[in-house]
Design a protein around this ligand. Structure first.
Ligand code: ADP
Ligand code: MG
Length: 485
């Protein structure tokens, strides 16, 4: 299960999903955090600056109305008349989030405030110095509450300047728990949701992968039942048109090929046994008859002669089978040399002359002037031509000719052997190179149907090609050698 494709795909998929979702959550969270903070900062600045502007305007009028040199007490009175109003006005805007405001003097002491001054965040020294220099500043200050809890405040402090520089400092502040609460909620939700989503998607993925791979499981079940005895079984290809379908089709095609070669192997053994059984039966029968009673030396000799003939036949079959087996197992070592095709054919014709003369068939050799040499094993190629020529002579009627032509076809050496025999029927043509195959018409003649298979094996190892043209007026077997580099 842990090793299954299904599990691995799901695992990779879930891992990828977890990474992308986490990245996405992180981006969303950060974005929200910075935009919330920005909002707060803007709000604080807006409120504080509003009060500071009003205060500055007041300081301006005071100079005109109360007079530059009026007493401090008179100034104080005037300030306390307008300041609370200002602070209240800016602090409670029902349309906006609550913000507390306070006005401090130039030493940082609170004069007026909208909130509980105990709970107001203190003004850091640096911010105070900045304000005296005429600059506004943001601060995040942690305050310890009465119950021991810590509370974070965000504040904005800005100077309100009169004619003699910074006269007051206006501070707008607000606890940050609103945004922190919202962000914490989001964080918890993401931490719970991301694994949950990954888990459920993984589970669904696992399920769908199982559905998608079900044909594979079905195929595996069928394949398990296939043995040498049931090679005719086939996979039921899934109805889809996908890779699995392709695999099933390929597997079925492979089974067909295996079945074919298995069946032909079996048929071959059957044919070989059959072919050997006939001479053996004859041999056995003759020996039994000979042993029934005492015979004259002449009779014994005749029996022995006949036995020898059958033995030779069997020996020839076994020899051919051995040759084919060596070709099949690629055990044939070729002694490759450049050879003249004309010389090979002359040699083969010479060896068959006796047989040909006996059946009244003439072999005519005709060689073109320039034929490329072929690279090959002399003994093997001789055998190839001997087999073809032997058939041509064997299936030719008495008084006819077998024409052997040696020529070159687009730079390749070619040899054609033409007879005017009965030809090969279209039904037999695809089979004549099969082992032990003999057309019905040639059953009576000598041979076991191993000549052409051997010829083909020899041609194959030489990279040569054998073509057959056959009609009612004879056959032409052509051997085409590969071009010599
Ligand atoms: N020249 C030919 N003319 C007619 N039939 C042929 C010829 N050569 C081969 N055949 C057919 O092909 C079959 C296979 O040939 P081969 O393998 O040489 O076996 P064999 O010669 O022992 O019969 C022959 O039995 C015959 O039917
Ligand atoms: Mg033959």
């Amino acid at each position: 299960m842990l090793n299954s494709v299904r599990f691995r795909i799901t695992l990779w998929y879930a891992a990828a999903l977890a990474v992308t979702l986490s990245l996405f959550s992180w981006l969303v969270y950060n974005n929200l955090e910075s935009s919330l903070n920005e909002n707060t900062d803007q709000l604080l600045a807006y409120r504080a600056e509003g009060v500071a502007d009003a205060l500055e305007a007041y300081l301006e009028t005071e100079r005109i109305e109360v007079g530059r040199h009026s007493r401090a007490a008179a100034k104080q009175k005037a300030f306390y008349r307008i300041a609370p109003e200002l602070v209240q006005l800016h602090a409670d805007d029902p349309r906006q989030a609550a913000v507390d405001l306070r006005i401090m003097d130039a030493s940082g002491k609170e004069l007026i405030g909208s909130g509980n001054s105990e709970l107001a965040p203190e003004l850091p020294d640096r911010t105070l110095r900045d304000a005296l220099k005429g600059n506004a500043a943001y601060d995040t200050v942690a305050m310890r509450m009465a119950n021991g809890a810590q509370m974070l405040y965000r504040s904005y402090s800005t100077p309100a300047s009169g004619s003699a520089g910074t006269a007051y400092i206006v501070q707008a502040y607000r606890p940050t728990y609103h945004t922190q609460f919202a962000l914490r909620n989001l964080r918890y939700m993401m931490m719970a949701l991301v694994p949950l989503i990954v888990f459920f998607t993984g589970a669904f993925g696992m399920f769908f992968a199982r559905v998608a791979l079900r044909p594979v499981a079905d195929m595996a079940r069928t394949i398990r039942q296939i043995t040498a005895a049931s090679l005719s079984m086939r996979l039921a290809p899934p109805r889809t048109r996908d890779e699995i379908r392709e695999l099933a089709d390929l597997f079925n095609a492979m089974l067909s090929r295996l079945e074919d070669s298995f069946l032909s192997e079996r048929r071959f053994i059957q044919d070989a046994s059959h072919e050997l059984k006939t001479p053996l039966t004859i041999l056995k029968g003759e020996l039994e008859v000979a042993l029934k009673k005492a015979r004259s030396p002449g009779e014994y000799e005749e029996v022995l002669r006949s036995n020898l003939e059958e033995t030779e036949k069997m020996s020839a079959i076994v020899g051919d089978l051995l040759t084919l087996a060596r070709f099949d197992n690629r055990e044939v070592r070729l002694d490759r040399k450049p050879l003249e095709p004309a010389a090979l054919l002359a040699d083969a014709a010479e060896r068959l002359r006796g047989v040909a003369e006996k059946s009244g068939v003439a072999i005519e050799l005709e060689s073109a002037a320039q034929v490329p040499a072929v690279s090959g094993d002399r003994a093997q190629l001789s055998r190839l031509f001997l087999n073809l020529l032997d058939n041509a002579v064997k299936y030719s009627p008495a008084g006819s000719k077998v024409g052997v032509r040696i020529y070159s076809e687009s730079g390749r050496a070619a040899v054609s052997i033409a007879d005017s025999g009965p030809g090969i029927s279209a039904a037999d043509l695809p089979h004549i190179f099969k082992r032990f195959y003999r057309a019905d018409s040639s059953r009576s003649s000598a041979g076991f149907g191993l000549g052409l298979p051997i010829a083909r094996s020899i041609a194959d190892v030489h990279g040569a090609e054998i073509r057959v043209d056959s009609g009612p007026r004879g056959s032409i077997f052509t051997v085409l050698f590969p071009p010599t580099a």
